[in-house]
Design a protein around this ligand. Structure first.
Ligand SMILES: NC(=O)c1ccc[n+]([C@@H]2O[C@H](COP(=O)([O-])OP(=O)(O)OC[C@H]3O[C@@H](n4cnc5c(N)ncnc54)[C@H](OP(=O)(O)O)[C@@H]3O)[C@@H](O)[C@H]2O)c1
Length: 242
């Protein structure tokens, strides 16, 4: 799909990978409407020329507010990118875990994309060529021991995406999964692993949209997919240590 002239709703475009997707798609001629929570980042994104809907996606109320605000804008949507996501520490080896933080993570990473897809797929089907892009993770393939809640949300979103693609096969709506590797964003502050730049990760996600690919397996995620195909136990051993 040529993204020029397309209208894009991108969640979490105020920071990290999402901000890079917003900038690169705008440079290619797309109209990007994005979302965020942090007021300073929302203001900075608006100052960069983007329309931003403020929304906390960790509750149904927040997602419904976004859907209502989108409806009031009266735009025809071509591409929905479910990018917003959060990582929560959930490691019993370090003491007690916070179930409320886990709930927020589950809502933002899984329920919010599903609710947006439920609300917006009808409109996408009426467009000549449309796409739903769900940003999961290499950890959707196999989990890291220290972030079980995050990994559970991403693998659940991966399975949902695979099934949704089958349902929408033969329609004008391409269903794409993007699996970033470890990327140099706020989410990875303090992570000593080698990181891909957010610019490069965003570039590869946009290439997948432009080339109508089902998946963007990016960097290390591509290698994990391959190792999993030959030895699931080896890929488990690798990612559990992350
Ligand atoms: N970084 C990585 O290594 C990596 C690897 C694999 C997959 N991913 C996935 O890539 C996506 C983007 O991650 P990133 O690294 O770019 O993260 P980031 O730099 O922390 O940015 C996350 C974006 O999502 C928004 N967001 C997060 N939680 C939200 C919530 N509950 N409600 C509303 N907005 C929320 C943030 O807005 P505010 O700043 O306003 O909260 C921000 O705009 C996520 O889905 C993540 O899981 C990242």
């Amino acid at each position: 799909m040529n993204v020029s002239g397309k209208t894009v709703l991108l969640t979490g475009g105020t920071n990290g990978i999402g901000r890079e997707i917003a900038l690169q798609m705008q440079a290619k001629g797309a109209q990007v409407i994005t979302t965020g929570r942090n007021p300073d980042r929302v203001a900075a994104t608006r100052a960069a020329g983007f329309e931003v809907i403020e929304a906390d996606l960790s509750s149904a109320q927040g997602v419904d507010g976004l859907i209502a605000a989108w409806g009031e804008m009266g735009r025809e949507l071509d591409i929905l990118i479910n990018n917003a996501g959060q990582l929560v520490d959930h490691d019993f080896r370090n003491g007690a875990v916070d179930p409320d933080a886990a709930d927020d993570c589950i809502y933002a990473n899984l329920n919010a994309p599903l609710r947006l897809i439920a609300a917006l797929t009808g409109g996408l089907k009426s467009r000549p060529h449309a796409a739903i892009v769900n940003v999961t993770s290499g950890l959707a393939i196999s989990p890291a021991a220290r972030t079980p809640v995050y990994c559970a949300t991403k693998s659940a979103l991966r399975f949902y995406t695979l099934a949704l693609r089958e349902q929408l096969k033969g329609t004008n709506v391409q269903v794409i999964e993007a699996l970033p590797p470890v990327v140099d964003t706020q989410m990875n502050d303090g992570n000593p692993m080698k990181k891909m730049s957010a610019e490069e990760c965003a570039r590869q996600i946009i290439v997948a949209i432009e080339k109508d690919r089902d998946e963007a397996n990016i960097g290390l995620s591509r290698a994990l997919r391959w190792v999993e195909s030959v030895s699931p136990s080896l890929v488990r051993k690798i990612t559990l240590s992350f």
